[in-house]
Design a protein around this ligand. Structure first.
Ligand SMILES: Cc1cc2nc3c(=O)[nH]c(=O)nc-3n(C[C@H](O)[C@H](O)[C@H](O)COP(=O)(O)OP(=O)(O)OC[C@H]3O[C@@H](n4cnc5c(N)ncnc54)[C@H](O)[C@@H]3O)c2cc1C
Ligand code: SF4
Ligand code: SF4
Length: 360
């Protein structure tokens, strides 16, 4: 954040935008990038008695930061198979409950990251795969077993089971609050998210969007990527130009690497909190890398297909055809001197040089 502020970006915290067009007009902004996320918990219709306690996962997680922590009871059923379901089940475990995740498909088809499912299982979270909730009562729920059809869709079997439950937490995904876009002409919505062009611009000129509010995989990596991509396109759009992403080079496959140039460097092990503390505290489960370890990890990169200026080609070329352009600028080839012997390509550790037949 500090690096962004240092670039000259002004940050206004705790400011809600209710009407994007109005905000753009008042602030005299020519372009806007929206990334409001998806924060409205989806509901599912579950026939339930008056006393059944059904809450949504986002509210439960949000209230964990406040004094009024949710009273979920001991037997907590979490309905869903995404990262939110895993988070809420692991949270319930830390609060002393016995959470059980109920998900309609199997582990392979669950949208949650598999390592998170594994960590939840290690902590004692139980999972009922291939099950849907049919009914919720005061202290129990009825679930129906499912089977996957040829296309991987869950189908009911008519087999039912009753499980004890003090509460049901719905973690069935989140919708986007698109209120700030009310009345904006030209927008196209699909399944509750805003369509964007390849340059991340919505159907309204000057309004760009990314992250969870556009059709894409919902995770942090994708959201950050959208921000970076959109920034380049907005910059071009403001200058009446178009941004062309540089062409990607051919993939440097393993055969093109000369691995003997590299020394063996085993992966750094990240510290894992012991299981008892994982089940009873909210301490960080997997420790991050400290500065030394992070630098070591960066040095393990083989830089496949990307010149890292080892000077090998410069040293081995028998015809002085490799021209050094200075630190950070890599090399150029003098094709008047190069006789195409291919020694440089053969000796490049990372497969960054490609030999191409001369076009006559
Ligand atoms: C419980 C949970 C667990 C998850 N676990 C993982 C995980 O393990 N790994 C992973 O990669 N992803 C995970 N995700 C998904 C990930 O959090 C999202 O994909 C990512 O944060 C999306 O980024 P975003 O910028 O689109 O939205 P967000 O990160 O949601 O940010 C949106 C921001 O906009 C603000 N905002 C909203 N409306 C307005 C408005 N009108 N005016 C001003 N500000 C507004 C919000 O307050 C918020 O700060 C998880 C999501 C949830 C809910
Ligand atoms: S092209 Fe390959 S051999 Fe030449 S400096 Fe870069 S990494 Fe080294
Ligand atoms: S192909 Fe041979 S001559 Fe040409 S730059 Fe490489 S090493 Fe030098």
């Amino acid at each position: 954040m500090q690096r962004i502020v240092a670039l000259g970006v002004e940050v206004k915290l705790n400011s809600r935008v209710d009407n994007i067009l109005e905000s753009m007009q008042t602030g005299k902004f020519d372009a806007a990038f929206l990334a409001v996320g998806a924060h409205i918990g989806k509901r599912a219709y579950i026939p339930a008695g008056d006393t059944a306690r059904i809450v949504d996962a986002i509210s439960v997680l949000r209230s964990m930061e406040r004094e009024d922590k949710p009273m979920l009871g001991r037997r907590v059923i979490v309905y869903g198979g995404g990262n939110t379901a895993i988070d809420v089940a692991r949270t319930a475990k830390r609060m002393g409950a016995d959470p059980i995740i109920v998900y309609r498909r199997n582990r392979e088809k669950a949208p949650a990251h598999d390592f998170e499912i594994e960590e939840a299982l290690q902590e004692g979270v139980m999972v009922k795969w291939l099950s849907t909730i049919k009914q919720a009562g005061e202290s129990s729920i009825t679930i129906e077993k499912m089977v996957l059809d040829d296309k991987g869709f869950p189908q009911p079997t008519g087999e039912f089971e009753t499980m004890e439950a003090d509460s049901v937490v719905l973690a069935l995904g989140q919708d986007v609050d698109l209120g700030l876009l009310d009345g904006v002409p030209g927008l196209e919505l699909t399944d509750g998210v805003v369509k964007v062009a390849p340059n991340m611009m919505t159907g309204h000129p000057g309004i760009f969007a990314g992250g969870d509010m556009v059709p894409a995989e919902r995770n942090v990596t994708v959201a950050i990527g959208h921000g970076k991509k959109a920034a380049r396109h907005i910059d071009a759009w403001l200058r009446n130009a178009t941004h062309e992403a540089p062409k990607k080079h051919e993939v440097a496959t393993f055969e093109r690497l000369n691995t003997w140039y590299y020394s063996d460097a085993p992966k750094t092990v990240q510290p894992m909190l012991d299981i008892i503390r994982r089940q009873s505290t909210f301490d960080e489960v997997q420790g991050g890398l400290d500065e030394t370890n992070a630098l070591f990890e960066a040095r393990r990169c083989l830089s496949c297909g990307n010149c890292f200026e080892c000077d090998n080609c410069y040293g081995v070329c028998p015809d002085n055809a490799v021209i050094k352009l200075g630190a950070g600028n890599r090399f150029e080839f003098n094709y008047d001197y190069c006789k195409g012997c291919g020694i440089c390509a053969a000796e490049c550790p990372c497969g960054a040089i490609v030999m191409e037949p001369e076009k006559l």
